[in-house]
Design a protein around this ligand. Structure first.
Ligand SMILES: [Zn+2]
Ligand SMILES: [Zn+2]
Length: 269
Protein backbone atom coordinates (compact mmCIF):
# COMPACT_ATOMS: atom_id res chain seq x y z
CA UNK A 1 0.00 0.00 0.00
CA UNK A 2 1.21 3.52 -0.75
CA UNK A 3 1.94 6.02 2.05
CA UNK A 4 1.76 9.29 0.14
CA UNK A 5 -1.10 10.83 -1.81
CA UNK A 6 -1.01 14.30 -3.34
CA UNK A 7 -4.36 14.10 -5.10
CA UNK A 8 -7.22 14.53 -2.62
CA UNK A 9 -10.45 16.48 -3.13
CA UNK A 10 -12.98 17.95 -0.73
CA UNK A 11 -16.77 18.23 -0.77
CA UNK A 12 -16.44 21.84 -1.93
CA UNK A 13 -16.14 20.70 -5.56
CA UNK A 14 -19.71 19.41 -5.45
CA UNK A 15 -18.89 15.86 -6.62
CA UNK A 16 -17.03 14.64 -3.51
CA UNK A 17 -18.37 13.65 -0.09
CA UNK A 18 -17.27 13.82 3.55
CA UNK A 19 -15.75 16.52 5.74
CA UNK A 20 -12.13 17.60 5.42
CA UNK A 21 -11.40 16.00 8.79
CA UNK A 22 -12.90 12.67 7.65
CA UNK A 23 -10.37 12.59 4.80
CA UNK A 24 -7.55 13.17 7.27
CA UNK A 25 -8.78 10.53 9.72
CA UNK A 26 -9.25 7.95 6.96
CA UNK A 27 -5.76 8.64 5.59
CA UNK A 28 -4.27 8.22 9.08
CA UNK A 29 -6.24 5.01 9.60
CA UNK A 30 -4.95 3.69 6.28
CA UNK A 31 -1.38 4.39 7.37
CA UNK A 32 -0.62 7.35 5.12
CA UNK A 33 2.30 9.56 6.17
CA UNK A 34 1.80 12.39 3.68
CA UNK A 35 -1.52 13.79 2.55
CA UNK A 36 -1.88 16.53 -0.05
CA UNK A 37 -5.21 18.25 -0.63
CA UNK A 38 -5.56 19.43 -4.20
CA UNK A 39 -9.17 20.35 -4.78
CA UNK A 40 -10.28 21.67 -8.17
CA UNK A 41 -9.10 25.25 -8.63
CA UNK A 42 -11.76 27.93 -8.35
CA UNK A 43 -11.96 30.58 -11.04
CA UNK A 44 -13.95 33.76 -10.86
CA UNK A 45 -16.40 32.24 -13.30
CA UNK A 46 -17.02 28.55 -12.65
CA UNK A 47 -16.15 26.35 -15.63
CA UNK A 48 -18.13 24.12 -15.37
CA UNK A 49 -19.51 24.31 -11.82
CA UNK A 50 -17.57 21.16 -10.72
CA UNK A 51 -15.44 23.17 -8.34
CA UNK A 52 -15.70 25.43 -5.30
CA UNK A 53 -16.75 29.05 -5.71
CA UNK A 54 -13.96 31.57 -5.75
CA UNK A 55 -15.29 33.00 -2.47
CA UNK A 56 -14.72 29.62 -0.76
CA UNK A 57 -10.96 29.62 -1.33
CA UNK A 58 -10.01 31.34 1.98
CA UNK A 59 -12.13 28.87 3.97
CA UNK A 60 -10.55 25.91 2.09
CA UNK A 61 -7.09 27.21 2.95
CA UNK A 62 -7.98 27.89 6.57
CA UNK A 63 -9.58 24.47 7.03
CA UNK A 64 -6.67 22.46 5.59
CA UNK A 65 -4.04 24.55 7.39
CA UNK A 66 -5.77 24.06 10.75
CA UNK A 67 -6.10 20.29 10.19
CA UNK A 68 -2.42 20.21 9.28
CA UNK A 69 -1.64 21.77 12.65
CA UNK A 70 -4.12 19.61 14.58
CA UNK A 71 -2.78 16.30 13.21
CA UNK A 72 0.86 17.26 12.74
CA UNK A 73 2.09 14.47 15.03
CA UNK A 74 0.28 11.84 12.95
CA UNK A 75 0.49 12.92 9.34
CA UNK A 76 2.08 15.61 7.13
CA UNK A 77 -0.70 17.55 5.46
CA UNK A 78 -0.03 19.88 2.52
CA UNK A 79 -2.23 22.29 0.66
CA UNK A 80 -2.41 22.47 -3.11
CA UNK A 81 -4.82 22.83 -6.01
CA UNK A 82 -5.62 20.84 -9.13
CA UNK A 83 -5.33 23.55 -11.78
CA UNK A 84 -5.84 23.84 -15.52
CA UNK A 85 -3.72 25.80 -17.96
CA UNK A 86 -6.16 28.60 -18.72
CA UNK A 87 -4.24 31.72 -19.82
CA UNK A 88 -7.29 33.95 -19.36
CA UNK A 89 -7.53 32.89 -15.67
CA UNK A 90 -3.90 33.73 -14.97
CA UNK A 91 -4.58 36.09 -12.08
CA UNK A 92 -6.15 33.32 -9.99
CA UNK A 93 -3.68 30.71 -11.20
CA UNK A 94 -0.73 32.92 -10.27
CA UNK A 95 -2.13 33.44 -6.83
CA UNK A 96 -2.52 29.67 -6.27
CA UNK A 97 0.91 29.02 -7.63
CA UNK A 98 2.58 31.55 -5.36
CA UNK A 99 0.60 30.93 -2.19
CA UNK A 100 -0.06 27.19 -2.04
CA UNK A 101 2.40 24.39 -1.34
CA UNK A 102 2.06 22.83 -4.80
CA UNK A 103 -0.16 22.62 -7.90
CA UNK A 104 -1.02 19.62 -10.04
CA UNK A 105 -2.21 20.02 -13.63
CA UNK A 106 -5.53 18.33 -14.36
CA UNK A 107 -6.64 19.80 -17.68
CA UNK A 108 -10.43 19.33 -17.93
CA UNK A 109 -11.18 21.63 -20.85
CA UNK A 110 -8.98 22.45 -23.84
CA UNK A 111 -9.46 26.16 -23.14
CA UNK A 112 -11.51 27.93 -20.48
CA UNK A 113 -15.19 27.20 -21.18
CA UNK A 114 -14.10 25.33 -24.33
CA UNK A 115 -14.28 21.68 -25.35
CA UNK A 116 -14.47 19.26 -22.42
CA UNK A 117 -11.70 16.68 -22.48
CA UNK A 118 -14.43 14.06 -21.91
CA UNK A 119 -15.74 14.87 -25.42
CA UNK A 120 -12.48 14.77 -27.34
CA UNK A 121 -12.72 12.28 -30.22
CA UNK A 122 -10.45 13.73 -32.89
CA UNK A 123 -6.78 14.39 -33.52
CA UNK A 124 -7.07 18.18 -33.51
CA UNK A 125 -8.46 18.37 -29.98
CA UNK A 126 -6.16 15.61 -28.77
CA UNK A 127 -3.14 17.63 -29.88
CA UNK A 128 -4.65 20.85 -28.48
CA UNK A 129 -4.90 19.03 -25.13
CA UNK A 130 -1.21 18.13 -25.31
CA UNK A 131 -0.43 21.77 -26.19
CA UNK A 132 -2.21 22.85 -22.98
CA UNK A 133 -0.13 20.40 -20.91
CA UNK A 134 3.02 21.65 -22.58
CA UNK A 135 2.15 25.28 -21.86
CA UNK A 136 1.36 24.53 -18.23
CA UNK A 137 4.79 22.91 -17.81
CA UNK A 138 6.59 25.60 -19.80
CA UNK A 139 5.24 28.27 -17.45
CA UNK A 140 6.13 26.13 -14.40
CA UNK A 141 2.50 26.25 -13.32
CA UNK A 142 2.45 22.69 -11.98
CA UNK A 143 4.45 20.00 -10.19
CA UNK A 144 2.93 16.93 -11.80
CA UNK A 145 0.50 16.14 -14.59
CA UNK A 146 -2.70 14.45 -13.36
CA UNK A 147 -4.28 11.69 -15.42
CA UNK A 148 -2.40 12.55 -18.65
CA UNK A 149 -4.59 9.97 -20.44
CA UNK A 150 -7.99 11.33 -19.28
CA UNK A 151 -8.37 12.84 -22.76
CA UNK A 152 -8.88 9.31 -24.12
CA UNK A 153 -12.18 8.95 -22.22
CA UNK A 154 -14.21 9.33 -25.38
CA UNK A 155 -11.49 8.81 -27.98
CA UNK A 156 -12.61 5.99 -30.29
CA UNK A 157 -9.45 3.86 -30.61
CA UNK A 158 -5.74 3.67 -29.90
CA UNK A 159 -4.56 5.04 -33.25
CA UNK A 160 -1.39 6.71 -34.47
CA UNK A 161 -2.43 10.07 -33.01
CA UNK A 162 -2.75 8.51 -29.54
CA UNK A 163 0.78 7.13 -29.83
CA UNK A 164 2.01 10.54 -31.01
CA UNK A 165 0.27 12.26 -28.06
CA UNK A 166 1.93 9.80 -25.67
CA UNK A 167 5.34 10.48 -27.24
CA UNK A 168 4.82 14.23 -26.96
CA UNK A 169 3.74 13.98 -23.30
CA UNK A 170 6.77 11.79 -22.54
CA UNK A 171 9.03 14.41 -24.13
CA UNK A 172 7.38 17.16 -22.06
CA UNK A 173 7.83 15.09 -18.91
CA UNK A 174 11.53 14.59 -19.59
CA UNK A 175 12.18 18.16 -20.72
CA UNK A 176 10.60 19.68 -17.61
CA UNK A 177 11.34 16.78 -15.25
CA UNK A 178 7.60 16.57 -14.74
CA UNK A 179 6.11 13.46 -13.12
CA UNK A 180 3.08 11.91 -14.84
CA UNK A 181 0.28 10.44 -12.77
CA UNK A 182 -1.05 6.92 -12.70
CA UNK A 183 -4.55 7.90 -11.67
CA UNK A 184 -6.79 5.71 -9.49
CA UNK A 185 -9.93 7.87 -9.78
CA UNK A 186 -12.93 7.98 -12.13
CA UNK A 187 -11.38 5.88 -14.89
CA UNK A 188 -11.10 2.81 -12.65
CA UNK A 189 -13.99 3.58 -10.28
CA UNK A 190 -16.19 2.76 -13.26
CA UNK A 191 -16.20 -0.52 -15.14
CA UNK A 192 -14.30 -0.95 -18.37
CA UNK A 193 -15.72 0.79 -21.44
CA UNK A 194 -16.16 -0.51 -24.95
CA UNK A 195 -14.18 1.28 -27.65
CA UNK A 196 -13.91 0.61 -31.41
CA UNK A 197 -10.80 -1.48 -30.84
CA UNK A 198 -11.68 -3.25 -27.60
CA UNK A 199 -12.64 -3.00 -23.94
CA UNK A 200 -10.54 -1.10 -21.41
CA UNK A 201 -10.72 1.36 -18.55
CA UNK A 202 -11.30 4.92 -19.77
CA UNK A 203 -7.96 5.68 -18.07
CA UNK A 204 -5.23 4.98 -17.11
CA UNK A 205 -4.39 3.75 -20.60
CA UNK A 206 -1.72 1.14 -21.24
CA UNK A 207 -0.74 2.62 -24.63
CA UNK A 208 0.38 5.81 -22.85
CA UNK A 209 2.30 3.96 -20.15
CA UNK A 210 4.09 1.75 -22.67
CA UNK A 211 5.67 4.94 -23.99
CA UNK A 212 6.24 6.41 -20.51
CA UNK A 213 7.96 3.20 -19.43
CA UNK A 214 10.12 3.03 -22.53
CA UNK A 215 11.23 6.67 -22.11
CA UNK A 216 11.71 6.22 -18.35
CA UNK A 217 9.41 9.12 -17.44
CA UNK A 218 8.89 9.70 -13.71
CA UNK A 219 5.45 8.50 -12.59
CA UNK A 220 3.53 9.27 -9.38
CA UNK A 221 0.53 7.26 -8.20
CA UNK A 222 -2.40 9.57 -7.47
CA UNK A 223 -5.54 8.29 -5.78
CA UNK A 224 -7.69 11.27 -6.89
CA UNK A 225 -9.86 10.69 -3.84
CA UNK A 226 -13.38 12.14 -3.76
CA UNK A 227 -14.59 10.06 -0.77
CA UNK A 228 -12.69 9.41 2.50
CA UNK A 229 -13.62 5.71 2.47
CA UNK A 230 -11.50 5.22 -0.63
CA UNK A 231 -8.35 5.58 1.47
CA UNK A 232 -9.29 2.27 3.08
CA UNK A 233 -9.36 0.08 -0.02
CA UNK A 234 -6.69 -1.04 -2.49
CA UNK A 235 -9.26 -2.06 -5.08
CA UNK A 236 -8.85 0.92 -7.41
CA UNK A 237 -5.11 1.17 -6.93
CA UNK A 238 -4.91 -2.49 -7.94
CA UNK A 239 -7.06 -1.82 -11.00
CA UNK A 240 -4.78 1.04 -12.07
CA UNK A 241 -1.71 -1.11 -11.47
CA UNK A 242 -3.26 -3.92 -13.54
CA UNK A 243 -3.26 -1.55 -16.53
CA UNK A 244 0.54 -1.23 -16.41
CA UNK A 245 1.26 -4.82 -15.41
CA UNK A 246 4.53 -6.08 -16.88
CA UNK A 247 5.71 -2.60 -17.91
CA UNK A 248 8.90 -1.21 -16.39
CA UNK A 249 7.27 2.01 -15.19
CA UNK A 250 9.52 4.31 -13.18
CA UNK A 251 7.29 4.94 -10.16
CA UNK A 252 8.50 7.56 -7.69
CA UNK A 253 7.62 6.45 -4.16
CA UNK A 254 7.06 9.00 -1.38
CA UNK A 255 8.18 11.79 -3.69
CA UNK A 256 8.59 15.18 -1.96
CA UNK A 257 6.35 17.25 -4.20
CA UNK A 258 6.50 20.31 -1.93
CA UNK A 259 10.29 20.62 -2.23
CA UNK A 260 10.04 20.11 -5.98
CA UNK A 261 7.36 22.81 -6.07
CA UNK A 262 9.40 25.35 -4.16
CA UNK A 263 12.23 24.90 -6.68
CA UNK A 264 9.92 25.07 -9.67
CA UNK A 265 8.07 28.16 -8.46
CA UNK A 266 11.24 30.16 -9.18
CA UNK A 267 10.62 29.48 -12.89
CA UNK A 268 6.93 30.38 -12.81
CA UNK A 269 5.87 33.19 -15.14
ZN1 LIG B 1 -13.14 15.92 -9.14
ZN1 LIG C 1 -8.62 15.31 -9.26
Amino acid sequence: MIKTNWHTHTARCGHASGSDEEYVLAAIQAGFKTLGFSDHAAYRKPDPPARMDFEQVPEYIQSIRSLSEKYKDQIDIHLGMEVEYYPDQWEELSWYRKNLDYCILGQHHIVFEGTSIYKVDDRENLMAYVDALENGCKHALCDYICHPDVVLWNYPSIDGSVKEAAERIAEISLRYNMPLELNCGSGVLRDMKTYEDGIRFAYPTRAFFEVFAEKKCPVIIGLDIHNPKLFLTDKYLDRALSVIEGLDVRILEDFDLVSAASERKKDFY
